[in-house]
Design a protein around this ligand. Structure first.
Ligand SMILES: Nc1nc2c(c(=O)[nH]1)N[C@H]1C(S)=C(S)[C@@H](COP(=O)(O)O)O[C@H]1N2
Ligand SMILES: [Mo]
Length: 501
């Protein structure tokens, strides 16, 4: 054994019992447990001077009730709790701080865009998921309908950002895993609270990643609502995250400022080959290995591996929202072929899946407009005879995928005027579909009045001629509104009720 600090002094049988407390016990004679020395000498000095290669864990500081933690520290514990189990020389405060800094920048983006998605769903109409969350939400506001790519950006960032950060989260968990087994598990009452917050932090983020991933893979193999679980799970995670940042930020900043190994020599540290790679110095965080192995990977190699993993996951994900990389969207569960010409793009709910009798889409279909003094009924022919407007707009699904198409149809505000409600407060859209949760949607005033908000009859590849919507994409008519979450772009529209202010 290379390194066990000063544990040799007369306690051979004890060493395995002294993870974080390796340097405490030498001053306490075995058999004299009652006579704990209150202020042992500083770690690393004293009897049995360590050889220069030996590493010494700093003196653990015990808080109230000290006797309890000290007593716990003397209980013999099996290998995972023995710090010498964890031998990677790359672990240490600096490495964990690097991962922490990346997550400190990245996770707030994922958190914020997730909470914004809840707002975009229109909680003021009871149509956010879950519908009622008490005070656990950002302040409500009308989701803008400008710029048209807003929800595409926020939700794409949420899903792709979450995917890209996953390797960093795993790397950070790996870097701190010895702490999971640290013995004694806590050293003060305050630290007990801090460690409980880690349950929310680590449990929360794993839960959010797994449920998010399963949702974007269409895997609803759980017995609860994805939205409810993912939403409340997010707040558990946020609580843990805020606490953790408040507690650890000073340590992280100090470590990053001091540079790797406290030397400030970042460049050299990163250029070291595996053979030159020195273990991180021991410090109070207890992250660095007490008995490090010879490195088999350089620091640059490890960071490159994690960064490369993130890059790869990102490349395989971003194609679900970015046309140039669409063929690379291998992590998307959807096939790559959905129909002909401009109708060849993602379909979440097919006509067959909607339970709609296909004859309901035939010439007998009528659009009903209500809200004014009398109901208006329009055939598809009548809609095509109205002023047509063309706009190039994305559909962006909460699951992260999005596509841009050129749409032709009637402006919603023209339909509102025709119905006799030129300045509606809201519009309630109903599909021919009756069963699904997404067969209806309420639109805000700005979403109806936006000049590009359409009841689309036709679709085209961006900038090209438009053709009739395919049945799977909502023929005879569907809603397309700039920046509206995909889910509210109702297909197979049957009726719109414009409600005056
Ligand atoms: N009637 C109806 N409209 C619907 C849905 C639905 O299930 N039923 N799904 C919505 C969802 S979740 C999305 S993302 C978009 C997808 O439109 P697309 O299938 O044309 O790509 O349609 C929306 N319109
Ligand atoms: Mo969707």
């Amino acid at each position: 054994m290379t390194t066990v600090g000063r544990a040799g002094a007369g306690e051979a049988g004890d060493t395995a019992a002294e993870p974080a407390a390796v340097v405490v016990d030498p001053v306490v004679d075995p058999g004299e447990d009652g006579a704990v020395v209150e202020e042992p000498e500083a770690g690393g000095t004293g009897s049995g001077e360590p050889a220069s290669s030996e590493r010494v864990a700093p003196e653990p500081e015990y808080g109230f009730p000290r006797a309890l933690w000290r007593g716990l520290a003397r209980i013999p514990v099996p290998p995972p709790a023995d710090p010498r189990t964890w031998r990677s020389p790359l672990r240490g405060t600096w490495l964990t701080s690097v991962f922490g800094a990346v997550l400190l920048v990245g996770l707030p983006i994922v958190i914020l865009t997730g909470l914004l998605s809840f707002i975009a769903y229109g909680p003021q109409f009871g149509q956010a998921l879950p519908a009622d969350v008490g005070y656990l939400h950002l302040p409500f506001f009308d989701w803008p309908s400008n710029p048209s790519w807003l929800y595409r950006l926020t939700q794409g960032s949420h899903v792709v950002g979450g995917m890209i950060l996953a390797p960093v989260v795993l790397a950070k968990l790996w870097s701190v895993v010895p702490k999971l087994f640290a013995w004694p598990p806590v050293r003060s009452a305050a630290q007990l609270l801090e460690r409980l917050s880690l349950l929310a932090l680590v449990g929360g983020i794993l839960f959010e990643f797994i449920t998010g991933l399963m949702n974007s893979q269409y895997d609803y193999g759980w017995g609860f609502s994805f939205y409810t679980a993912h939403y409340y799970g997010a707040w558990v995670f946020i609580g843990g995250f805020v606490t953790h940042v408040a507690v650890k930020l000073p340590t992280m900043l100090r470590a990053l400022r001091a540079g790797p190994g406290g030397t400030g020599a970042l460049g050299r540290w990163l250029h070291d080959s595996p053979a030159e790679t020195e273990p991180e110095p021991m410090d109070h965080t207890g992250l660095a290995a007490l008995a490090p192995n010879k490195p088999s990977l350089s620091r640059r190699g490890l960071l490159g591996m994690i960064g490369g993993g993130s890059l790869l996951v990102g490349l395989l994900s971003v194609g679900q929202t970015w046309d140039a990389l669409r063929p690379l969207a291998l992590l998307s569960p959807r096939g790559q072929s959905y129909g002909n010409g401009p109708n060849d793009f993602q379909i979440n709910r097919t006509l067959a899946g909607s339970g709609i009798n296909p004859t309901a889409l035939d010439d007998g279909w009528r659009l009903r407009l209500t809200g004014g003094s009398s109901e208006v009924s329009l055939s598809r022919r009548a809609l095509l005879d109205m002023a047509q407007h063309t706009a190039t707009l994305p559909i962006a699904c909460v699951e992260g995928w999005s596509v841009t198409r050129t749409w032709t149809g009637v402006r919603l505000r023209d339909l509102a005027a025709l119905a006799g409600v030129p300045n509606p407060d809201t519009a309630f859209v109903q599909s021919i579909e009756t069963s699904g949760a997404y067969a209806r949607a309420t639109l805000q005033s700005n979403q109806v009045l936006n000049p590009d908000a359409l009841l689309a009859l036709k679709v085209g590849n961006p900038g090209e001629e438009t053709v009739d919507l395919a049945p799977n994409h909502g023929y005879p008519a569907r809603i397309i509104v700039p920046a509206l979450p995909g889910v509210h772009n109702t297909k197979w529209v049957a009726a719109v009720d414009f409600r005056p202010a």
